[in-house]
Design a protein around this ligand. Sequence first.
Ligand SMILES: [Ca+2]
Ligand SMILES: [Ca+2]
Length: 416
Amino acid sequence: MAKKFLVYWLQVDDDPHEWQGNVMGSITGRRQGLRWIALLAALVSPWIPAVTAAPSHALTGHVGRSVLVIAHRGASGYLPEHTLAAYEAAIGMGADFIEPDVVMTKDGVLVARHEVNITETTDVARHPEFSARRTMKLIDGLAEEGWFVDDFTLQELKTLRARQRLAFRSSRFDGRFTIPTLEEIIALVQHTGRRVGLYIELKHPSYFLGHGLPVDQALLEVLARHGYREARDPVFIQCFEVGLLKALHQRTMLRLIQLVDALGVKPDGTIIPTRPYDFVLSGDHRTTADLLTPAGLAEMAGYAAGIGPYKRYVISARGTDGDGDGQNDDINHDAMVDEADTVTMPPTTLVGDAHRAGLLVHVWTMRSEGRYLPADYGGNPLNEYLQFLELGVDGFFADYPDQAHSARLIWQQLAD
Ligand SMILES: [Ca+2]
Ligand SMILES: [Ca+2]
């Protein structure tokens, strides 16, 4: 999801020191790290018992009671995403939940992939027997070319191997791992020796329903078959679409999370909202910005246990457009324009607003590479984690779950 957020296109009046007046003002990175930790400890001490009242691995989830490490697509920073190896590594790294995105095969089996289009994350292009299946499809209104999961049976899909999607992450494990089914993932978490939860995202449900593949029904059936039925069970079902979650709320006690997307961030740090795709289909003109108003939060609290917002809705970041071309400048002169060329802005009130509405807040996505870290974090992802912990989020989606786990440990030590 991150790639699209690297687009910044408005003039910015940038002053990296302006935000120092707020409580986060000591995070200026490298040299001031210790000062920041001392300040943090002083700030949090009066109310920390509420945060640590439940053990960190409590999977029931409850506003203000625990902070969950959610392994985003598995330990996807290290291994090809959505493979049993990536999930198993994440469990070993201390994740409370692993996060399978599920899509459906031609023969109605739920498997883990982030996209309907499997071109980027598998070696399908190197299988001549499938070359004729290369095609063009409309996915949520956007034309895509490649190979698509719903054109393959499970048996065919199992002949493919996963590959690393991002050029700057290791490709040494390409070709090693198959695409797992949801059933295989459930078997993995049920045999790990500790309680690990499933944080399952239904991808593009309107697309699949439109093609005669009822992903929601299949998901509830698979989960029920393995004993996941109640709100106390270690499962969250997440989706960007609103209507699907509202319908699920009528049919399951399992906890639901409303994901809240964005189109991008303007150079001045303003978030550009988007529309859930079911809103596009139904003619509902509201955007994700409307979901995050008091009325929107109250509505979501009627069917969801929490929200999964893009993290910039909580702490945005802005760039610099000194040359006036409408794009962020490469202020660190590394020949790339990315989040390292931005600085964070004062936090919004979203975490508190959502908590007052009774909603958990699980933010995405924490990524440790420097290109994802605004300059004031000094290249250290710990600074980002601590800032979000200080704001009271209830969980993180993390590509490096070991680092999320470490950050939580440090946070807890600061509280002692
Ligand atoms: Ca996901
Ligand atoms: Ca740069």
